[in-house]
Design a protein around this ligand. Structure first.
Ligand code: MEV
Length: 432
């Protein structure tokens, strides 16, 4: 079968869905039913979602949960998390509760600088280019006044613009490297609009000055090593004690060693950081922020010293256990999806309408809490115990167990080690 199609985006939604159902399914009606089952019954709300992207056929739900009891800088927060992985919200809640009685989480925004670049080529005298740049630099600011006016009123704007000579990397390659403060907005549109105006100014002025400049592209960078937040927990070693941590010194030492392994061993570091991103992404998504941008920037930061390494660190000093992370986060609490998506608005209200800086702190704390939960399990009971407990529901649902079966399965596996095979066997025996 040739599955190519011409003019698909111009078809109506109904035509698109019919095409998909007929093209890829032997029982098209079943496919249509699934697609329609996930439409919102409120037509206006569905239309809102339809218009977020092109060719929307339906909605893919992922659960939105909350992790309460997060004591952050002395205030309790309930953190909304959008994620499909069964153990993540439970782990976050457990960490939150654990640290709430041990001083809570401390979080600080270190800096909020964003970056954008105009990439161009110039084949000529670099000193002449430098003099030209210094002469026209004020024009970059004056030509973007229309774009920057509102942002300046909110205390943000263009911070600085530098000319960078990159000819050691590529022939004739130069950049305008600009830094921005975008306050409570993530700032992507603002930055890109400024950059495109810089490019126009650069081209026009170069033509007037008879310089041969070719602009290749203008775009923000999702690598924001100066838009950084730090989150930390700490307490005297003895205070780490609880039911599963009978020997706190032993626990603290193993924990620090586990972090050290992720600091030096990239295979472990990737999984270690994935655990941090379980928490980070879930809050980023629930608050309508761009998780791909955050992921790209965070992982680049994890490689900033030339080798991919752990984003978190731990130490024992003078009897005090300290565990912390520093990550770059370019987030917004105004603009974009934050004002469009009713659930995103709701999540921001649950968080008591944070500023972008406060949201950076909350997201970093969610990442640290998740990392703590993972390392605590890994260095004590192992990860599978908790994971499988949460995964049990997925297996039960896969077998479409009825209420009675559900009850019997859950009671049985309260006292028995859970594995996929063991659950399947138990269900099969029940049904014999
Ligand atoms: C699973 O989603 C995340 C973990 O693998 C993280 C880790 O190993 O630190 C448990």
């Amino acid at each position: 079968m040739n599955n190519a199609v011409a003019g698909f985006s111009k078809l109506s939604k109904k035509e698109k869905i019919n095409w998909i159902a007929n093209e890829y399914f032997s029982t098209p009606q079943e496919a249509l039913n699934i697609i329609r089952n996930y439409w919102n019954t409120d037509e206006k709300l569905q239309q809102l979602h339809d218009e977020f992207i092109e060719n929307t056929i339906t909605n893919l739900y992922i659960p939105l949960g909350v992790a309460p009891n997060f004591l952050i800088n002395g205030k309790y927060k309930t953190i909304p998390m959008a994620i499909e992985e069964s153990s993540v919200v439970a782990a976050a809640s457990k960490s939150a509760k654990y640290w709430a009685t041990r001083g809570g989480f401390k979080a600080t925004v270190i800096d909020t600088e964003k970056i954008g670049q105009v990439h161009f080529t110039f084949n000529g005298d670099a000193e002449k280019l430098n003099a030209f740049f210094n002469k026209i630099k004020p024009k970059f600011f004056s030509d973007t006044q229309n774009i920057t006016k509102n942002m300046q009123q909110r205390g943000g704007g263009i911070l600085d613009i530098h000319l960078k000579d990159k000819r050691d990397l590529l022939d004739n390659y130069f950049q305008l490297h600009a830094t921005f403060e975008t306050k409570d907005s993530m700032g992507a549109n603002f930055i890109n609009s400024c950059l495109e105006q810089f490019a126009t100014t650069l081209k026009d002025e170069a033509q007037n000055a008879n310089l041969e400049i070719e602009v290749i592209m203008s775009i923000l960078s999702n690598y924001v090593p100066n838009c950084i937040v730090r989150a930390e927990v700490s307490c005297p070693i003895e205070d780490l004690t609880e039911k599963h941590i009978p020997n706190p010194r032993d626990f603290a030492e193993r924990f620090v060693q586990a972090v050290q392994i992720a600091e030096v061993e990239p295979f472990r570091a990737v999984t270690h950081n994935k655990g941090i991103m379980n928490g980070v992404d879930a809050v980023v998504l629930a608050t309508g922020n761009d998780f791909r941008a955050v992921e790209a920037g965070v992982h680049a930061y994890a490689s900033k010293n030339g080798q991919y390494a752990s984003l978190s660190h731990a130490k024992i000093e003078n009897g005090i256990f300290t565990f912390w992370l520093e990550i770059p986060l370019a987030l917004g609490t105004v603009g974009g999806l934050t004002s469009l998506h009713p659930l995103v608005k709701l999540c921001l209200e649950i968080l008591q309408k944070p500023s972008a800086k406060e949201l950076m702190e909350i997201v970093a704390v969610a990442g640290l809490a998740q990392n703590f939960a993972a390392l605590r399990s890994l260095t004590t009971t192992g990860i599978q115990e908790g994971h499988m407990k949460m995964h049990l529901n997925n297996i039960i649902n896969q077998f479409e167990a009825n209420e009675e079966e559900r009850h019997l399965i859950k009671t049985h596996f309260k006292k028995t080690v859970i594995s996929h095979n063991a659950v399947v066997e138990f269900i099969e025996n029940l049904r014999k």
